[in-house]
Write a protein that binds this ligand. Structure first.
Ligand SMILES: *Cc1c(COP(=O)(O)O)cnc(C)c1O
Length: 383
């Protein structure tokens, strides 16, 4: 173990890079003939660390990385990542030329972005993926935008439309019929563009929910949540291996008499003499305050309830039924310990949200440790 690790507050998220490789291989094995992976590493790879994950990818495994922001794309480029990077989100008009200059693929979400990309292509070749709104109602070109868009594209010879894509609004729901309507709408819009003289070598449609339902991806399969071993909707799908295990330690343990309050606002009192352990995590680390007296953590491979309010930097848990808990014992907040697991889906259900938000919420204050079978590496940002 590095000195840095010994000197750290004992709270970090372990990321299993071997499981990451296995998940990528499992996703590749599911690809139809000719399709390739576009791995979605936005929001710091859903909390897992985009740079480190990208470093373990090769062009053979992953055709393209997708992120939401230009800033996220630049972070990858600055770290020496040379794989093609697509920015899915809306950029400002000032960002578009910078993206073009840095060889970043622009996922054109609007007529304005198309104009900006065409303008930037006066000085250099600019590669775009054209986003069509087939029914999500958020970003993308609508049928009414296509004629003008085709005109812009036809008059910009150095603007290269490498792909046309769309995004599904309701794909994780197995009873859903809307996704098929979006596919049909997308096909119609692609045909309309073709009639206007615009086509692309690639088309892509599928996200994790659609992949799990076996919907045909086109040329690229855009996968986010499934890659991290979580589900878009709990218990509906086969999960791949979770990559992230967030653990901390007991920093104080004591016996309190029946009726003694625990934590801010005196919201919890034991109805018996209780062993209360305080653990090194709080809402400032992304441990949601909504888990006050609701969450569960793992100690000695057993489930222990969170009792009282989650504080900024500390959480209290009831370990009365878990023998011999001591200061320094490991506490797992998210992930496995021995035979027990607290999944992102379990926490999401308690909070009325989705696994995505639970993973993205693991805070920047929590160092990421990458395991590859040997020694863990601490993310260099935390050295
Ligand atoms: C985030 C995102 C994805 C990945 O979605 P998952 O459900 O995590 O697989 C795919 N496409 C677009 C456009 C996205 O914004």
């Amino acid at each position: 173990m590095s000195t840095a690790l010994e000197l750290m507050r004992p709270n970090w998220a372990e990321i299993d890079l071997d499981a990451f490789d296995r998940n990528v291989d499992a996703l590749r094995a599911r690809l139809p003939e000719g399709a390739r992976l576009c791995l979605v590493l936005k929001a710091n790879a859903y909390g897992h660390g985009a740079v480190r994950l990208a470093q373990s990818l090769t062009p053979e495994k992953c055709a393209m990385i997708a992120v939401a922001l230009l800033e996220e794309a630049l972070e990858l480029r600055d770290a020496g990542i040379t794989l093609p990077v697509l920015v899915l989100g809306a950029m400002t008009p000032q960002q578009v030329p910078l993206a073009a200059e840095r060889g970043i693929v622009i996922g054109v979400p609007s007529p304005e972005a198309l104009e900006a990309a065409a303008a930037a292509s006066k000085d250099r070749h600019v590669t775009v993926h054209l986003k069509l709104d087939s029914g999500m109602g958020r970003v993308g070109l609508l049928p009414a935008d296509l004629e003008a868009a085709a005109k812009v594209i036809r008059s910009a010879p150095r603007l290269k439309v490498d792909a046309i894509y769309t995004h599904f609004a309701n794909s994780p729901d197995p009873d859903d019929t809307y996704t098929q309507r979006q596919v049909a709408r997308f096909d119609e819009m692609v045909a309309a563009l073709r009639a206007l003289g615009v086509d692309a070598p690639m088309h892509h449609l599928v996200n994790s929910g659609a992949y799990m339902r076996g919907i045909k991806p086109g040329d690229l399969m855009r996968i986010g949540i499934a890659l991290y071993g979580a589900e878009p909707v709990e218990h509906r799908h086969d999960r791949l291996e979770p990559l992230l295990r967030w653990r901390t330690e007991v920093v104080r343990v004591k016996t309190l008499p029946a009726g003694a309050p625990v934590g801010y606002s005196l919201t919890w009192r034991g109805d018996r003499e209780s062993r209360i352990a305080t653990i090194a995590v709080g809402y400032a680390d992304g441990y949601n305050r909504g888990l006050s007296s609701r969450g569960t953590v793992l100690v000695h491979g057993m489930r222990a309830p969170v009792v009282g309010r989650v504080s900024m930097d500390l959480v209290t848990i009831d370990v009365t039924d878990i023998p011999d808990v001591e200061v320094g014992d490991e506490v797992v907040l998210l992930g496995r310990q021995e035979d027990e697991e607290v999944s992102a889906e379990e926490i999401a259900n308690l909070l009325g949200t989705i696994s995505y938000e639970v993973l993205c919420a693991v805070g920047a204050r929590v160092p990421r440790l990458y395991r590859t079978g040997g020694d863990p590496e601490v993310d260099s940002r935390f050295d």
